[in-house]
Design a protein around this ligand. Structure first.
Ligand SMILES: NC(=O)C1=CN([C@@H]2O[C@H](COP(=O)(O)OP(=O)(O)OC[C@H]3O[C@@H](n4cnc5c(N)ncnc54)[C@H](O)[C@@H]3O)[C@@H](O)[C@H]2O)C=CC1
Ligand SMILES: O=C(O)[C@@H](O)C(=O)[C@H](O)[C@@H](O)CO
Length: 319
């Protein structure tokens, strides 16, 4: 039975511990604050029991069996000894993270992989001075990881290729959905998209276009339902017949809207053709109608689920 070490037993470290245990890994939690480890073990045990009760528990093992796989330690050496991988989950403060990684680097042995949960720091910044840098990769989860399955895998230019392959396999084994960035960019992918959206939402509120409640509805009742199971490109593909036709059909809208928001550099040329090809390889033009019917059936199911969610007690809202 393989072991995974967790470096930092806070919010994300606890989530990772539950995910890895659900997949049958031995998990060893470490933290420079021993009380964080004790708190983590307590919280994980109660969360697993609750998940089992609500039939949301991951994996095939019972909550008790999964908890039996998770232990805590006050020794960093013990946390990493013989581990398949160490998932770093220290605060997103560069100095703290770099120090934690240096301490880890001093005790970790090959072939243990070092994966960082960092939301934004470039892997080549975090690992450039590490002895074990060739086995370093970013594996960035999305909060709350137990329910939002995406994990962004971001290698440094010198990360050995087997590391990215192995971490992708581990993530898929835990039931997460990894995406493998081909190169490191600041903010990776999710936060770049998230912050472009937030930037425009802040702009619409600041410019008195919509109030907070309504601009959030644009996402929750507009883009969100489609994006809940289709990506932005496939959504556009189904609204037209491929990206070339989408760009032609909506050229005026795209350019009139985006001219106020800076250039839209990629809605032309080779990028458009390559996006078109990738989309049409997956959803050929002669299958669009069929896929649209699937989309509509999925949206109907989602509408039923949304009604159930809306009927849930509105906890946490001011009356
Ligand atoms: N909170 C979120 O929504 C998300 C956070 N992340 C990333 O996950 C990482 C952890 O974030 P959180 O769990 O929210 O932070 P947190 O503050 O809840 O937990 C951090 C833990 O690290 C411990 N720690 C500090 N220095 C340490 C060291 N040298 N060695 C071992 N443990 C040490 C702290 O005592 C604390 O228990 C960050 O890089 C963050 O960007 C990624 C996705 C979502
Ligand atoms: O939103 C998320 O869960 C992730 O993008 C994160 O990494 C952090 O929570 C992010 O919002 C902080 O920038």
């Amino acid at each position: 039975m393989e072991t995974i070490g967790i470096l930092g037993s806070g919010l994300i470290g606890r989530s990772w511990a539950m995910l890895f245990a659900a997949a049958g890994y031995q998990v060893r939690l470490f933290d420079i604050e021993p009380k964080q480890v004790q708190g983590a073990l307590k919280e994980i045990e109660s969360q697993l029991a609750e998940l089992e009760k609500t039939k949301l528990l991951r994996g095939t093992r019972t909550a008790k069996q999964q908890m039996a796989l998770i232990s805590g330690t006050t020794s960093l050496k013990e946390c990493v000894a013989g581990a398949l991988m160490v998932q770093e989950c220290t605060p997103e403060i560069l100095d703290i993270k770099m120090k934690a990684l240096r301490d880890l680097d001093a005790v970790v042995q090959a072939p243990t992989i070092i994966a960082s949960s960092t939301s934004t720091h470039m892997p080549s910044i975090l690992s450039k001075d590490l002895k074990n840098k060739e086995r370093f990769i970013v594996a960035h989860p999305v909060n709350p990881p137990y329910y939002v399955r995406l994990v962004e895998l971001v290698p440094a230019p010198y990360t050995e290729s087997w590391v990215a392959v192995k971490v992708r396999a581990i993530m898929e084994e835990t039931g997460q959905v990894p995406v493998s960035l081909k190169k490191e960019v600041p903010g990776f992918s999710l936060n770049r998209i998230q912050y472009v959206i937030l930037n425009e939402v802040w702009r619409q509120v600041a410019d008195g276009v919509l109030d907070v409640t309504d601009v959030d509805k644009v996402m929750s009742e507009g883009l969100g339902p489609r994006y809940a199971f289709l990506g932005a490109l496939e959504t556009a593909h189904l609204n037209a017949e491929g990206m070339q036709s989408y760009a032609e059909r909506y050229a005026t809208t795209i350019h009139s809207v985006s001219s106020g928001m800076g250039p839209v550099p990629h809605m032309q040329g080779a990028v458009l053709a390559s996006v078109d090809k990738q989309l049409c390889d997956r959803i050929p033009l002669d299958k669009l109608q069929e896929r649209r019917q699937w989309r509509d059936a999925a949206l109907t199911k989602l509408a039923v689920l949304k009604k159930e969610v809306e009927a849930m007690p509105k906890t946490g809202l001011r009356k």
